[in-house]
Design a protein around this ligand. Structure first.
Ligand SMILES: [Zn+2]
Ligand SMILES: [Zn+2]
Ligand SMILES: [Zn+2]
Length: 253
């Protein structure tokens, strides 16, 4: 199984439009962060988790021409805004794109992308087949996925465990019961927005504490803001098993 980080940035991405801070002006490619998303590939299956505003760029950059399914963690725009771009896969794969999301996430999709779901039949409209998921294990073409319930302030969000890999974006709370599902993962990704407290994201310290509790072989940080600092500076501040993720990072497991 291979995991590719398609994006590791917070909702505005890094650099931010118009920002002149050292992170936004950095020439290090690791400081260029598209909106957070990953791609999981395993034996002919290719799953993309989240389709934010950079979805098109991410698919072009990784030369993706087919996807098995798209899975959504929650309905914030930085995770769904690129949904219209699945049209490309409709044309190539000559079928609808399977999108897995919770019921209340689908409700938001139907409001924000009304033209896709209101029954209008117009050539070139995205063709999407929605599949309802809950906080229960499910499978896509026989590939097992265990959802993990996390909270993004009050908003329920899903993290996902596949085999020994767990991905948790956009959250600042996980219950002990849900944490049990993550335990034993060899690689765990969690969001770490910045150092200063935030209402709905883990801070750097909270993310480190959580990863130390889980104690995987490797921990990665994602959904990073320009306020967290330069990639090379963040790296120095972390325990040796934790690394800041960066766009295009690939992990094999
Ligand atoms: Zn987000
Ligand atoms: Zn900046
Ligand atoms: Zn969010």
């Amino acid at each position: 199984m291979t995991v590719t980080f398609l994006g590791t940035g917070t909702s505005q991405g890094v650099p931010l439009i118009g920002c002149r801070c050292p992170v936004c002006l950095s020439r290090n490619p690791k400081d260029k962060r598209l909106r957070s998303a990953i791609m999981i590939e395993s034996e002919g299956i290719r799953l993309v988790i989240d389709s934010g505003p950079d979805f098109r760029q991410q698919m072009l950059r990784e030369k993706v021409s087919k996807i098995t399914a798209l899975i959504l963690t929650h309905s914030h725009m930085d995770h769904i805004a690129g949904l219209d771009e699945v049209r490309a896969f409709n044309f190539i794969q000559k079928k609808y794109v399977d999108v897995y999301a919770e019921e209340f996430v689908q409700t938001v999709l139907k409001i924000n992308f009304r033209y896709i779901f209101d029954g209008t039949d117009y050539p070139g409209l995205p063709k999407i087949k929605l599949h309802t998921i809950e906080n229960k294990p499910f499978a896509i073409n026989g590939f097992g996925i265990i959802p993990v319930r996390v909270f993004h302030y009050k908003l329920p969000v899903l993290g996902f465990r596949v085999g020994d890999f767990t991905y948790i974006t956009d959250a600042n709370y996980i219950s002990d019961t849900e944490l049990k599902k993550v335990m034993g993962s060899r690689i765990v990704v969690v969001n770490a927005l910045r150092k200063r407290k935030h209402i709905s994201h883990f801070t750097l310290k909270q993310a480190i504490n959580l990863l130390q509790k889980i104690n995987p072989e490797k921990g990665y940080l994602t959904h990073i803001s320009h306020q967290l600092g330069l990639h090379r500076d963040i790296e120095k501040e972390l325990p040796s098993f934790i690394k800041p993720a960066f766009d295009r990072l690939k992990i094999s497991l």
